[in-house]
Write a protein that binds this ligand. Structure first.
Ligand code: PRP
Ligand code: HPA
Length: 174
């Protein structure tokens, strides 16, 4: 919705050359630090998904900040999808390619209810590798992904192509 787009846009900070020269980093910490804005964001997201999801999956680490209050607001559970090696077993994992090197996301299947409708949430959709790996894990664990919610989508990086055929709700698209 337009009101959430304006809310997020008005509380972003843009930092040139972070974490590397040539990258324009979009920082959501001003939004989180503003109690009124953060509350309005979580309430707005809850209104978007109420009644159509059974759990919220947060992607480490900034996705956790969004998933936890949203899950509480909706009275449903939160699933943590974590970077490799952080979760105690049994876990399932998916490796995926980065521009340089590889990364891995892991999930404890015991935290996923069979047949649950899960919302995947994170702060930024960039190349889409993190989201695609996380979706694969949730589906391997026997749940379905009802939608993917991203505060920011960096469309130049083509992440949406990895999420073809799915509901991708980006609050702000650059
Ligand atoms: C960032 C961002 C997403 C991911 C998006 O996380 O928060 O999770 O990258 O990139 P992709 O679409 O190219 O996969 P980062 O790996 O910086 O981890 P952090 O949240 O722990 O800082
Ligand atoms: N901001 C935050 N996280 C990111 C970005 C960004 O601009 N690009 C890739 N991950």
């Amino acid at each position: 919705p337009e009101s959430l787009t304006r809310l997020v846009l008005s509380h972003l900070r843009e930092i040139p050359d972070f974490p590397e020269p040539g990258v324009l980093f979009r920082d959501i910490t001003p939004l989180l630090a503003d109690g009124g804005a953060f509350t309005e964001l979580v309430d707005g997201l809850a209104d978007l998904y109420r009644g159509r999801i059974d759990a919220v999956a947060g992607l480490e680490s900034r996705g956790f900040i969004l998933a936890a209050p949203l899950a509480v607001r909706l009275g449903i559970g939160m699933i943590t999808v974590r970077k490799g090696g952080k979760l105690p077993g049994p876990v399932i994992g998916v490796d995926y390619a980065l521009e340089y090197g590889t990364a891995r996301m892991e999930l404890r299947p015991e935290t996923v209810t069979l047949g649950a409708r899960v919302l995947v949430i994170d702060d930024v959709l960039a190349t889409g590798g993190t989201a695609a790996a996380s979706i694969s894990l949730i589906e391997q664990a026997g749940a379905s992904v009802a939608a993917i919610c991203m505060l920011l989508e960096l469309s130049d990086l083509g992440g949406r192509r990895q999420l073809q055929g799915r509901e991708v709700d980006s609050i702000v698209i650059f």
